[in-house]
Design a protein around this ligand. Structure first.
Ligand SMILES: [Zn+2]
Length: 372
């Protein structure tokens, strides 16, 4: 019996080696003629927003399930899987990469192929190449994994200096709004052609044409939790809905249309902390943002909106509805991410077809981009 184990081990090692070499040599897709299928594409991501996060927020808002804006006003909904290349539980980097490029990578990687490190072209870069305007909006800091996956290519999501360098070295993002990151100082951004905004007043005063590219760099790190917005010192910091609406006000002027990613980045953080109140308030502000985006989009036939999540955080289970205005009784299973399928809501251009074709997070790219 012992003699058989050795060839089996050799076979396994050889297989892994062949897989590694093959993946290094496999040519990446040629997206030179790729284009976005809709004139305007709005991808809205609740970081860490699984089905039970949506349920808990709706119960708190209304005492009933299914009452968030994207649940009541979007005609199609489905669910999708989120696993990364090698493990069932993804992180934000691998899941955002899957949505941005249609390719599975390892956790921590941002839009580089898993083993060779070659750049994977993103939906935002494809949009920029065909002359559309592009925007990234987040309540996390601007160099955080989810927005970064759409515009930069790095092996390690924590290399914020390299992420910042790439944002500015080849600026494909016309509008980048979120929490400030030390690696992206205003002066460097201004030298790269960005008009820099640092408070709510500057954001609300901004009008299309007052510059070519816009960096909203607010506060110090991630923006505050929605739950904490009323305390002193947050007056100058915009909320997700304010940043998203200003982004639309600017991008709607783009002659060829736009791609916009909006992230509620801190549902995840409240999930890691098993902090139900903050988790719910973050989700409700996302619902409020979507409601306002829908008001903007009403009557348009050239716009598609997808609301989804990168993964679930916390293993949340709602146990009991305690009525509107009261936190439901829940259980958290973990302080980490889980492999739960996440909800997907679709509105607008080709919504039915899109909803029917989404099963996995890589499908988000595939339904939004024409690659040939
Ligand atoms: Zn997380």
């Amino acid at each position: 019996m012992k003699k058989k184990a050795c060839p089996r081990l050799i076979l396994t090692v050889v297989s892994i080696f062949v897989l590694f070499i093959t993946s290094c040599r496999t040519s990446l897709p040629d997206y030179s003629n790729a284009a976005l299928k809709s004139r305007n594409t709005i991808l809205i991501i609740g970081d860490g927003m699984g089905p039970e996060q949506v349920k808990a927020a709706s119960l708190y808002l209304d005492g009933e399930e299914g009452q968030l804006s994207f649940e009541t006003d979007f005609p199609y909904r489905t669910t999708m899987t989120t696993h990364s290349l090698l493990v069932p539980i993804t992180d934000s980097a691998a899941s955002a990469t899957a949505m941005a490029t249609g390719q599975k990578v390892r956790n921590g990687q941002l839009s580089v192929s898993a083993f060779s490190g070659r750049y994977l072209k993103t939906i935002l870069e494809i949009a920029a190449d065909e002359g559309k305007m592009t925007g990234l909006v987040t309540t996390a800091h601007v160099a955080h994994a989810t927005p970064a996956a759409f515009a930069v290519h790095v092996y390690n999501r924590n290399h914020y200096d390299e992420i910042a360098r790439q944002y500015l070295a080849n600026p494909r993002v016309d509008l980048l709004f979120g929490g400030a990151n030390d690696n992206l100082p205003a002066q460097d951004a201004a030298e790269a052609g960005y008009t820099v905004l640092t408070d709510t007043a500057a954001l609300s005063a901004l009008a299309y044409g007052e510059g070519e590219k816009y960096l909203g760099s607010f506060g110090d790190g991630h923006l505050p939790y929605e739950y904490d917005y009323d305390y002193e010192g947050t007056d100058d910091l915009p909320k997700l809905s304010e940043m998203a609406l200003k982004a639309l006000e600017i991008l709607e002027n783009a002659p060829g249309g736009f791609f916009l990613m909006i992230e509620a980045g801190r549902i995840d953080h409240a999930g890691h902390a098993n902090d139900l109140a903050r988790n719910i308030y973050e989700t409700l502000e996302l619902s409020n943002t979507v409601e306002q985006v829908l008001t903007w989009a009403a009557g348009r036939e050239d716009t598609v909106i997808i609301v989804t999540a990168d993964h679930e955080t916390g293993g949340l289970r709602v146990r009991e509805n305690n009525g509107a205005g009261s936190l439901p009784t829940v259980r958290w299973r973990t302080s980490g991410h889980t492999d739960a399928d996440v909800p997907v809501y679709v509105w607008g251009d080709r919504a039915g077809e899109i909803s029917a074709r989404i099963e996995d997070n890589t499908d988000i790219f595939k339904v939004l981009v024409q690659t040939e």
